[in-house]
Design a protein. Structure first.
Ligand SMILES: Nc1ncnc2c1ncn2[C@@H]1O[C@H](COP(=O)(O)OP(=O)(O)O)[C@@H](O)[C@H]1O
Ligand SMILES: [Mg+2]
Length: 254
C-alpha cells in the first residue's frame, strides 16, 4: 500500500497554474524524486503535501489518513519531516539546539518550556538533547553539535537541516533540492546518506536538479513541467522519455 497518495492537487497564483492536477503514489520504503525545470511547481507541490499551503483542489492521503492541508503541525505529528530549498536554521543557535527544535515535536513540553530551568522540563531537555545528538551522529556530524549555525560551512548547514528533519523521526522525509550548493564530493556523500536514511525505514520524496544523484538513488521519478505531470517511471524509462528530454533534460544544464 502507498504511504503517500497525492490526488489531483491544484494550486494557482493569480492566473498561473503552478500545480495543475498532479497525482502520484509513494510506496512505503521507496525513494521517489520529483524533477522538472525551474518554475515547474515542485516546491509548490511540496508545500501542498506538507500542508504549509492550501490547495485549490485535490487531496493528500498519508498512511491511510486524509490530511487536512494548511496545517503543517498535523503533518509533522502524522510523521512527515521536510527540509527547505533555502536553509532555515536559527543563526544564533548551535547546531544541536537547531536539531532540538525538530526533536521537540516528539517531546511532551513545548520547545520554549523545555529551555526553562524547571525540574519538570529538565528531563525533557535531556531527552531532546539525546534525540538531537542521535540524529547528528547518524549523519556523522555530531562533532558540530556545539558550533553556532553561522560558523558552519554551507554543506554543514545543509546537514544540520537534514538532522533537524530526522530528529522528528518522520516516516516520510521531503527533501527540497538537498544537493543545491553542494560540491561533487558532498553530493555523492548526500546520495549515500539518503540511501542510509531509507535503510533506516524512512520513505523519501525529494525534489532535485542534480541528475546524477536523482538517477542514482531513485526508485521512481515524477516529471513536472509547467505545473503538470508529464511523465512518471523508473530512472531509465525517464531518461529515454522523449517528452521529458524535450521539456527538461534537453534545455537544462543545471
Ligand atoms: N507564493 C507565490 N506567489 C506567486 N507565485 C508563486 C508563488 N510560489 C510560486 N509561484 C510561482 O509558481 C511557479 C512554480 O514555482 P515553484 O513551485 O517554486 O517551482 P519550482 O520549485 O519547480 O522551481 C513559478 O512560476 C513561481 O513563480
Ligand atoms: Mg523549488
Amino acid at each position: 500500500m502507498s504511504l503517500l497518495s497525492v490526488q489531483g492537487l491544484c494550486k494557482s497564483f493569480g492566473g498561473l497554474r503552478a500545480v495543475d492536477d498532479v497525482g502520484f503514489e509513494v510506496a512505503g520504503g521507496a525513494i521517489k524524486a520529483v524533477i522538472g525545470p525551474n518554475g515547474a511547481g515542485k516546491t509548490t507541490l511540496f508545500n501542498l503535501i506538507f500542508g504549509s499551503s492550501v490547495p485549490d483542489g485535490g487531496s493528500v492521503t498519508f498512511a491511510g489518513a486524509h490530511l487536512s492541508t494548511g496545517r503543517p503541525q498535523r503533518q509533522v505529528a502524522a510523521g512527515m519531516g521536510r527540509t527547505f530549498q533555502q536553509i532555515r536554521l536559527f543563526p544564533q543557535m548551535t547546531a544541536i539546539e537547531n536539531v532540538m527544535v525538530g526533536a521537540h515535536t516528539r517531546g511532551r513540553a513545548g520547545f520554549l518550556a523545555s529551555l526553562l530551568p524547571l525540574p519538570r522540563t529538565r528531563r525533557e531537555e535531556r531527552f531532546l538533547r539525546d534525540e538531537a545528538l542521535a540524529a547528528l551522529r547518524f549523519l556523522g556530524i555530531d562533532g558540530l553539535a556545539g558550533s553556532e549555525a553561522t560558523q558552519l560551512a554551507y554543506g554543514e548547514q545543509r546537514a544540520v537541516e537534514l538532522a533537524r528533519a530526522l530528529a522528528s523521526k518522520p516516516r516520510l522525509l521531503l527533501l527540497d533540492e538537498p544537493a543545491a550548493g553542494l560540491n561533487m564530493r558532498e553530493t555523492v556523500e548526500l546520495g549515500k546518506l539518503i540511501r542510509r536514511i531509507r535503510e533506516s525505514g524512512v520513505t523519501v520524496l525529494l525534489v532535485e536538479h542534480d541528475m546524477g544523484l536523482v538517477m542514482g538513488i531513485s526508485d521512481e521519478i515524477v516529471v513536472l513541467c509547467q505545473g503538470q505531470k508529464i511523465a512518471e517511471g523508473e530512472p531509465l524509462a525517464i531518461q529515454k522519455n522523449a517528452e521529458v528530454v524535450r521539456a527538461y533534460l534537453g534545455d537544462e544544464d543545471a
